[in-house]
Design a protein around this ligand. Structure first.
Ligand code: SUG
Length: 447
């Protein structure tokens, strides 16, 4: 067994962060539609989280934002002419499509890909599959850049395999690591990979939500397990409880999170809780690990409180002494039931003995908490040495990026601003400089 560290790759918030109400089924996105955003503050809040966790000794890196506006999408939808013409016409004829082309949603990197560390895969390489995110127009093209970015960062094929996204059809709806958790005795050991899906395309009698869309299918999860060459004895597929999807749990990471041998989850998270827990226990015993389940009872925290506070969209981080810290958004402390629960949790003598909270309000208002903002990649020492180094968070990179944000980002963005051709020019200039900062020339396909 190798020792490995878990890197968190946080999404660097892009300069066009805005509230467009694009995600039906995501309560926060819908309720903040058309309010003014502050991209500068959003980026600084994200950077502050990355810096604080890096300073604490956690392995921290970033994924760069994607090029916006997405002119390829706009042109493919019939908006033609010069860049300025394309923007003006899209704003006039379909402001919602323009907002899709401008969305900074790649900041939620939990949705960038599903990752299986080398200890779990058939060929001993780390496997990535970019998520097709085909449930929402504004996210459906992210996979092209996500694949390109991951291939740029993890280019060494001796260690890494980056797969293209699954076919962009409803049967293979895939939202990446937001519906995937790995349980293990330690990051470098063989693990059990838990895939949670909301719908089964080829079995209409399977549980499915009635009001909001289920974004992840069983078929997609199974395809990823095949692509990554996972061992069936260490892979669990679990149906999400459709009733919670209908209450705003659009990804499983809004109601459950796992790390090490701990699964922290709400009692309503799964369609068949008992069966899921049993399968996990058996699979984990197979790799010499023992599941610790932290089950949060509805009587203590309702689903509505979980969705409002993002209690489960927290990061569970392993500390060197074997205990864990829970990284939570500030909203958890403002919700009475959740704050009370958390007090008990850290005092209970269990694995979680520390809370680290951040103000991530700009992201939270679009339904993205601490866990949405990061993609986990467990890497051995040799693997982490083989990846691109300039995306690793350091004090120097933090200072450079704070200055860069100050130079290019607006502090106020409303729907009408998306029609301003100057915004597109600013976004392009910002990313051009970023490719130099991160030493990633050719990161963006600007043809
Ligand atoms: O896909 N919000 C994102 C939030 C993603 C959260 N990620 C995880 N749970 N892992 C989404 O719904 C809102 C964009 C807008 O409305 O402007 C948005 O895309």
């Amino acid at each position: 067994m190798h020792t490995a560290r878990e890197f968190n790759f946080d999404g660097l918030v892009g300069p066009s962060h805005n509230y467009a109400g694009l995600s039906f089924g995501n309560v926060a996105s819908f309720s903040n539609v058309k309010s003014a955003s502050n991209p500068r503050q959003a980026a600084l809040q994200g950077l502050a989280k990355m810096r604080a966790l890096a300073q604490r000794g956690f392995a921290q890196a970033l994924l760069p934002p994607q090029a916006r506006p997405n002119f390829r999408m706009l042109r493919s939808l019939g908006f033609t002419g010069s860049d300025a013409d394309v923007l003006a016409r899209a704003y006039r004829e379909s402001p919602v499509i323009l907002a899709c082309a401008y969305s900074a949603s790649p900041m939620w990197t939990a949705n960038a890909a599903t990752v299986s560390p080398s200890a779990d895969t058939f060929d001993g390489r780390t496997h990535f599959t970019a998520a097709n995110l085909n449930n929402k127009l504004h996210r459906s093209d992210e996979h092209a850049q996500s694949t390109r970015t991951l291939r740029a960062l993890f280019s060494n094929e001796q260690f890494f395999a980056v797969h293209d996204a699954l076919p962009p059809t409803p049967a293979f709806g895939d939202e990446g690591a937001a519906n995937h958790t790995r349980l293990t005795a330690s990051h470098g050991a063989k693990g059990v990979e838990l895939f949670v899906y909301g719908r089964v395309e080829f079995d209409p009698s399977a549980p499915a939500p009635k009001k909001y869309p289920a974004r992840q299918t069983l078929e997609a999860s199974q395809a990823i397990a095949r692509l990554h060459g996972l061992d069936a004895a260490r892979t669990v597929f679990a149906s999400q409880n459709p009733a919670v999807i209908d209450q705003g749990v659009f990804h499983n990471d809004v109601i459950a999170v796992g790390n090490g041998n701990v699964l922290f989850y709400h009692d309503q998270a799964f369609h068949d809780e008992k069966a899921v827990l049993n399968q996990l226990r058996v699979a984990m015993e197979g790799v010499g690990a023992q599941l610790t389940a932290i089950r949060v009872d509805t009587g203590l925290v309702s689903v509505a409180d979980a969705v409002a506070s993002y209690l489960f969209n927290s990061q569970l981080l392993s500390k060197p002494d074997g205990t864990m810290a829970l990284v939570i958004p500030q909203e958890c402390q403002e919700n009475q039931a959740v704050a009370r629960y958390l007090e008990q949790l850290v005092a209970s003598g269990g694995p979680v003995d520390e809370l680290i909270h951040f103000d991530l309000r700009q992201s939270m208002r679009n339904g993205g908490g601490p866990a949405c903002l990061r993609l986990r990649v467990a890497l051995t020492e040799a693997e982490s040495a083989a990846m691109h180094q300039k995306v690793i968070m350091t004090e120097a990179l933090y200072a450079t990026l704070v200055e860069w944000v100050g130079k290019y980002y607006r502090d106020h963005l409303e729907p009408k601003d998306l029609a301003d051709p100057q915004l597109a020019i600013e976004c392009q200039a910002a990313l051009e400089e970023l490719t130099r900062i991160l030493a990633l020339p050719g990161l963006y396909d600007l043809t």
